[in-house]
Design a protein around this ligand. Structure first.
Ligand SMILES: Cc1cc2nc3c(=O)[nH]c(=O)nc-3n(C[C@H](O)[C@H](O)[C@H](O)COP(=O)(O)OP(=O)(O)OC[C@H]3O[C@@H](n4cnc5c(N)ncnc54)[C@H](O)[C@@H]3O)c2cc1C
Length: 446
């Protein structure tokens, strides 16, 4: 492509074309189903590289995609025939222990973030899998074990440096461009490229956490208990329940817990959950927060084919649980699982108008994680995931979390925000990106 040589010379990082070594590795992302071929992969090494790559794309009217951790399920980080602005090399994290804040570059993932903050016994709400990017996760809200105590990832955002579609780098915070700051906390990658995020941190050292495995035959009783336990427990507790298949092919109920307060109190809080089942294994123990954060990736290997759908559910009543367990009993692929995690606490306490995130009062997120290896199983697993969504509709409350949706494009995305917030997002999109340069995302059409 014309001009690539000039782009290469202008960058500290690398610009790869299909003829270059590393091109195929560079376009591969978490979801192995995504096979797109950008004209250029701009592996940026700093803000100047991001500015030059964006300018290169915009002046040629090429599609633009922005990649941080590469975990977007529809694969928004990689485009066909355009410029993939890859921020992965931009992963420096600067912690200020005196103010309990951290500034992280726009391509950082949660493993890198926690590594730096945990050195000071600090953390903020982040995703459950270390390789997930802070970018895509924070910009759509950001769920994690610490959210009931400290709010969503985006509730901990203090400021962001944003490169807008016009090529201008601006700051967004409560006092600078506050409308943009509001939109960045929930509205996804629609408004520009965030080159750095500044977060509030909290004292989080050793936690009481780990896995509790129970027989699948106890799923009904376990989920019935989980329904109220998870939301009425102290805010220090983040806990999930999953229906999953163990390596030997046995189906099981998997709980994963993280109690971020005093561990002795945590033992008391978690006792009812642990004594209620006939455990196959109980590995809940005191451990560093970073250790809990390294568990879920074992259930989510990179490069598998992925198709996910989620619903918010306000009550896991017997009918809803029977529907879930019956559907899981017919799961078509062993890595495929259903996860339930719960909100309340600080997630619900943040006033709804403060951020673009909607449906904060939802009680549970129920997610069908379709994950398999063989392309021959594509139709079987995606059908099973779609059927999950249909069967759960009678129990679903309003809205959805855009980050888990396989197809949340076009008008469908408005339902994730509600009409009033969606219209406000459209107005802000018109101001910062009227030409929809940033459209490879859960797109808000200007
Ligand atoms: C295995 C797995 C585990 C997950 N666990 C959780 C979880 O615990 N909690 C949770 O809330 N979600 C979770 N998710 C969903 C996750 O939040 C989304 O997939 C999110 O998009 C991933 O962010 P990323 O930066 O890795 O994605 P990428 O694919 O790199 O980016 C996705 C999109 O986000 C936008 N974006 C990313 N970085 C920037 C930036 N710096 N500036 C501007 N736009 C940007 C762009 O639009 C980009 O196309 C998980 C997903 C997977 C696959």
């Amino acid at each position: 492509m014309q001009g690539v040589e000039q782009l290469r010379t202008a960058m500290r990082g690398t610009a790869l074309t299909p003829a270059d070594n590393g091109y195929n590795a560079g376009r591969a992302i978490f979801n192995g189903m995504i096979d797109r071929r950008p004209a250029v992969i701009a592996q940026c090494d700093g803000v100047a590289d991001v500015m030059r790559s964006l300018d290169f794309a915009v002046t040629r009217s090429l599609p633009v995609s922005v990649r941080c951790g590469g975990h977007s399920l529809p694969g928004y980080g990689v485009c066909e025939g355009g410029v993939m602005i890859d921020l992965e090399r931009m992963h420096q994290v600067y912690v200020d222990p005196s103010t309990k804040t951290a500034r992280a570059q726009g391509g950082t993932n949660w493993g890198q973030f926690d590594h730096e903050t945990q050195a000071f016994g600090l953390a903020t709400t982040g995703g459950l899998v270390r390789s997930t990017g802070i970018g895509g996760l924070t910009l759509a809200g950001g769920h994690g074990f610490l959210m009931r105590k400290y709010g969503l990832a985006c509730d901990n955002l203090i400021s962001a440096d944003v490169l807008t579609a016009s090529g201008t780098l601006i700051k967004a915070s409560a006092t600078e461009n506050p409308d943009l700051f509001w939109a960045l906390r929930g509205g996804g990658g629609n408004f520009g490229i965030v080159t750095s995020f500044e977060y509030r941190l909290h004292d989080v050292g050793a936690v009481l956490g780990g896995v509790l495995l129970a027989p699948f035959s106890e799923a009904m009783a376990q989920l019935r208990f989980y329904d109220s336990f998870s939301v009425h427990a102290p805010e220090e507790l983040g806990v999930l329940a999953a229906l999953a298949t163990l390596p030997d092919g046995t189906k099981a109920v998997v709980h994963l817990a993280c109690y971020c307060g005093d561990t002795v109190k945590g033992e008391e809080v978690l006792r009812p959950l642990r004594t209620r089942c006939t455990p196959i294994a109980d590995q809940i123990q005191a451990m560093p927060y970073a250790a809990v954060q390294s568990i879920v990736e074992n259930f989510n290997p990179r490069g598998m084919r992925n198709y996910w759908k989620m619903v918010y559910v306000n009550e896991l009543n017997d009918d809803a649980i029977a529907t879930l367990t019956d559907h899981y009993s017919k799961v078509p692929a062993p890595l495929t699982h259903i996860v339930v995690y719960s909100f309340g606490g600080r997630v619900a306490a943040v006033p709804d108008a403060d951020t673009a995130v909607s449906f904060r009062q939802s009680r549970h997120a129920v997610i069908a994680i379709g994950m398999w290896e063989d392309p021959a199983d594509d139709a079987r697993v995606t059908d099973w995931v779609r059927q999950f969504a249909t069967k759960m509709q009678p129990y679903a409350s309003a809205g959805f979390y855009p980050n888990y949706e396989a197809n949340a494009e076009g008008g469908a995305i408005a339902a994730a925000f509600g009409e009033e917030k969606y219209q406000r997002l459209v107005a802000i999109k018109r101001q910062y990106d009227p030409g929809n340069v940033f459209r490879l995302n859960q797109n808000i059409v200007p």
